[in-house]
Ligand binder design. Sequence first.
Ligand code: 3PG
Length: 207
Amino acid sequence: MDVLVDLARHVLVPVVVVDDAADAPALGDALVAGGLPVAEVTFRTAAAPDAIRALAARGDVLVGAGTVLTPRQVDTAVAAGARYVVAPGTSRAVVERCAEHGVAVLPGAVTATEVQAALELGVTTVKFFPAGTSGGAAAIAALAAPFRDVRFVPTGGVGPGNLHEYLALPCVTAVGGSWMVPRDLVAARAHHALRTLVADAVALADS
Ligand code: 3PG
């Protein structure tokens, strides 16, 4: 799907927790100014749908919904303008509802059994979550041997110190993380600090 191609082009997926949807404009400005107009807004706060709506409405940020656990949340996310849906695990119900909406979905998978389950649901790009505690880059490389057509988006415990371990793998199309959009800075609408973190992350990924 085109959205997955776009995510792969950006390489990095900022995973964000928004406490107040009114913080979304400043977040969007910082992402765009920092050169990474992408956000995975997690359904960990009640503000998520309105934050997605605000980011989607501006038209210059590729907005997705993260931590999506139920088909109902898929409906809410898509109605708010999410272009892709990310789930921590491989849920048949979530994947099927995404297919009904025609929206891209990245379900979580960290074992061979989970990857196979995702493949059976028609998914070939999975979120490898939580990456750090699931074996990291070595585990992804091992899974890529039998699953040659599967692409991974490691997230969870990824940061500047280990980013390149993941990006070095051909099967890794993008990497997600919250390090460039810390929750407290988003809540503080700390535009300059956020923009700097985002720009630094982009520069590091490019290096
Ligand atoms: C996620 O939902 O993808 C993770 O919570 C992000 O993990 P991180 O905070 O370790 O980057």
